[in-house]
Every structure is written in structure tokens, then in C-alpha cells.
Ligand binder design. Sequence first.
Ligand SMILES: [Zn+2]
Length: 260
Amino acid sequence: MTRNSSIFPFSLLLALILVGCNGIRPSLSSTATPAQSKSSGETIVSLTFDDGDADNFDIEPLLKANGLNATFYIPSGLVGTQGHMRWDQLQILQADGNEIGGHTLNHIKVEGLDLESLRHEICDDRQNLIAHGYIPVSFAYPFGNYDQQAQQMVRECGYSSARTVRGPALIPPPDPYALGATPYIVNDTTFGKLRRYVAETRKSGGGWLILIFHHVCDGCDFFSVKTDVMNQFIPWLSEQQSLGHIKVLTIGDVISATSP
Ligand SMILES: [Zn+2]
């Protein structure tokens, strides 16, 4: 699959502290104003996996063992087909606290689609996920392409956010239906580079770092991250979280905490 690949800087902004009770509510730092939050410099990292690739399920034990949750954007029409995760695997991901989001029914580019096709690809995908027991609130545009009509449809279909592939991400997001993200993680992305993404976000005063993963394998695809890299990165992230340097949150958790 061809995807646009671009490099974007990600100097990011504000801080976020979640209060974990019934329907997580926002609490932007103990002393309240966004400006103060910025200086308090909290760094939020969101791990996102696109396409529901079968090898994504291989990292479920790794995430679980390290107490981290990710957002998996699933094209529901492809679930259970060759090379993709099955519904029972998605159920396990969700049971472990991971988020299942939408990514169109058939993984097609939504930019330029007519309204009927948009509704089918975006709303019917969401309804399909709902029929399987999920409550998807987060969406990602396949290939990162979208237009105003697609954005509007994502909102009408009931999603609270949509991720693109261009950064940076900001908290609160100026447009939740055009969430920024870092460049794609690809097969030569090293542990050191991932670590630098996090370090640079912290150094710039904190903010929201959204990482985009596809396959998890040893070079099976250009859009992949090596298993060994994840075996280093995930425990390191968990350690950074334990040290209070970062928080690792799903997209849905961040959005629900920053929504008015
Ligand atoms: Zn995709």
C-alpha cells in the first residue's frame, strides 16, 4: 500500500492531567490555566496502530505486560480476512483496555468521495463496529487524506475525533477532526529515534505526541516497525510513565478529557 510520507516537526503545547473517574473529565493541571499548563510541561504519548494488521496482535502481550494501552484503527470490512486481525482478537485488545477506532469499511481514501459513499464507508463502518460490541469514538483517515465533506461525515457518524498523518498534535486540539501526528514509523525507524520523539516533545515544553504504527514485523513491509524496536520502546515508555515524565493514553481518553 502506498502512503504519503512526510516529515514534520512536533514542538508541542499544553499539559493534561486526567482525573480517572466515571467518564474521565479534564483537569488541566492543578493550578488551572492553559498557560500555566504549558509551563508545567506534561507530555502525553498516544500509540496508534492503523489497518488491523494481523501482526498487531503479537504486541498485545507486550502492551499488557507494560501496562500501556494503544488505539487500534480498524477497517471493519477487513476484519478476519487474510493478513488482518479477527474479531475475537479485537475483543482481547479491548478487554485489556486498548481502544478500537474506525478506519472506513474497506480502507479507502475518503477525499473526494460523494456523500453516499462517505456515509457507507464511515457510518456503516462505525455501525459494524458497534454491532460487534464496540463503542468507537476515534477515527483515522486512510492514507491521511480528507476534505471538508469527509470531516463533516466523520462528525455526523458519531466520532469525536479523526486523526490525520501530519503534525503536530496539540492539546486541546484546535480541530479534533484533523488531529496531527508524527511522521509514519517505517521499517528503518530505530528505538533511538522513537525515544528522541518523546525526548524532544518533553524538551519543547510538553504536549501531545501521536505515533502512527502499521505492521509490527521484521521488514515485512515498508510501513512497519521492527519487533525488536517495540521490545525496547514499550518497556522504556512504561518506565518513563512510572517516572512521571510522560503519560501514555489512548486517543479517545485524551479527547474525552479535553472536550468541553
Ligand atoms: Zn490505514
